[in-house]
Structure formats: structure tokens, C-alpha cells
Design a protein around this ligand. Sequence first.
Ligand SMILES: Cc1cc2nc3c(=O)[nH]c(=O)nc-3n(C[C@H](O)[C@H](O)[C@H](O)COP(=O)(O)OP(=O)(O)OC[C@H]3O[C@@H](n4cnc5c(N)ncnc54)[C@H](O)[C@@H]3O)c2cc1C
Length: 238
Amino acid sequence: MKIYWTKINKIIEETPDIKTYLLDCPEGFTWEEGSHTHFALEGFNAGEHPNRSLIRHMSISTLPHENSIGITTRIREQCSEFKTILRNLEVGNKVALFKTYSNVPLKREDKNVYLLSSGVGLATFRPLVLDYFQRADNVKQIHSLNIDSSKEFLFTNVFESTPDKKFTSRFVDNRKDYYEELKSLAEDKEGLFYVVGSDEFLMQNIEVLREHDIKPEQMMLDKHEQELPEFLPKQKIL
Ligand SMILES: Cc1cc2nc3c(=O)[nH]c(=O)nc-3n(C[C@H](O)[C@H](O)[C@H](O)COP(=O)(O)OP(=O)(O)OC[C@H]3O[C@@H](n4cnc5c(N)ncnc54)[C@H](O)[C@@H]3O)c2cc1C
């Protein structure tokens, strides 16, 4: 396993409690849209075994052409040891990345794509949308629906409806509006539904989609293949 050590080159305050850490791209480090990585803090591999409290899965919120690896995360006042350390890091500090992989690349199957997310889950989708803006081939259109009860919505410059580009986006701050819209989106029986958020959020979305006869193979989750049957049991049988 290759560990890429790199440096923070910029810290963006997206909202009062969400930050994006932009990291230098180490030589040989590549990724595609929808990727997540293992993001680790100094000292994580100092002992005999890796110190898990210094490692977190994080999505990469940028694309390679932006020349920085973006990690977007919410740091609340009450937070883990990991986030407490991260909060105090500055430009120039070292962090490590390893095991980078995309479970949710943009599928180009001439279908409508729906990106369903809660909170910072939107970070996973930012590169999918940028990739689509660069090259719209074989994607009919994209619609994003994000729920964040804090009303501090993320990446509003990217997630802005642009009918010319066949891209629409909606932010909601409550579950009623969210599930009402989800039900109407689920009327598209041919659509591809990407879902990113907590496990509970995934389960609730999957339930609504299934009630509307959306098949497991139309649902894209940021989960490893081995984890999928837990969420989409039918996929095991198919
Ligand atoms: C494939 C994948 C991709 C992911 N991508 C991202 C991503 O892009 N961005 C991202 O932010 N996360 C992402 N995650 C989730 C991430 O790995 C962390 O699990 C998540 O950010 C929570 O971090 P944390 O455990 O450090 O807890 P925190 O965020 O610090 O805390 C979690 C909750 O516990 C509470 N809490 C924590 N410590 C205390 C305490 N001492 N006292 C009281 N309450 C406390 C907090 O208030 C909060 O509500 C991803 C996960 C996976 C599997």
C-alpha cells in the first residue's frame, strides 16, 4: 500500500462549521470523480499498528484539473480527536492519503441522473457535476437534491441550476420538502439515483425508491461491493 504524504496548501471556510482542505497533488496520485480516500494525520503510522483515531474516510471534492485534492468536512464544536487536530492544522502542515477508490463514478448510460445527498454528502457529488460540465456525453441530464437543516448550503456556485447545461439543483432545509421531491423524482422509472449521506439517510432513501419500483441496480451508493447487500439485498440475488 502506497502512502502519499502531502501538504495543505489552502483552507477554505465554506460555512461556519464546514471547511475544505486543499492539498498539493503528490506525484503519481490520481483519482476520478466520486472517489474517497483514507485521510490520515501525522503520527497515524508511528506505532506498530495504524492508529485509527487519526484516520478517516473522506471523499475528494475536487477533480485533478483543479490541481489540488479537496477534502471537505464539517467540524462541530463537540468533535472527535481527529477533527480537533484537523481544526488546528495550518497551511504547510503534512497529512497522508492512501487507498483511494471511486464507488460512484458518473455513469454515462443515456439516462437522467439524480444526485441525492444530505449535508457534506454533496462533496462527493461536486466532481461528478464538474466532470459532466466538462463532458456531457451519454448523460441526459443531472438533477441534485441536497438537504441541510443548518441552511448553510455548500458549493452553491457549482450547484446552481443551469438549464443550458441540462443541470438543475435544489437545496432544502427540511425532511418534508426533501421526501416530497424524492417521491416525484422516483416517478422516473429509468433514472439513476445516487445517494450519499449517513447510513440512516441511505436506508430511508432506498425505502422510498423501492416503494416506487426503482430497482437496486439503478441505485448508486458510496459503499464497497461487500457492503452493498446490507443496503440493497436484492443485488445479492441478481
Ligand atoms: C466512503 C466515505 C466517504 C466519506 N466522505 C466524507 C467527507 O467527504 N466528508 C466528511 O466530513 N465525512 C466523510 N465521511 C465520514 C467520515 O469518515 C467520518 O465518519 C465523519 O466525518 C465523522 O467524523 P468523526 O468520527 O471524526 O466525528 P465528528 O464529526 O467529530 O463527530 C460525529 C458526531 O459525534 C459528535 N461528537 C463527537 N465527539 C464528541 C464528543 N466528544 N462529545 C460529544 N459529541 C461528540 C459530533 O457532535 C457529531 O455529531 C465519509 C465516510 C465514508 C465511508
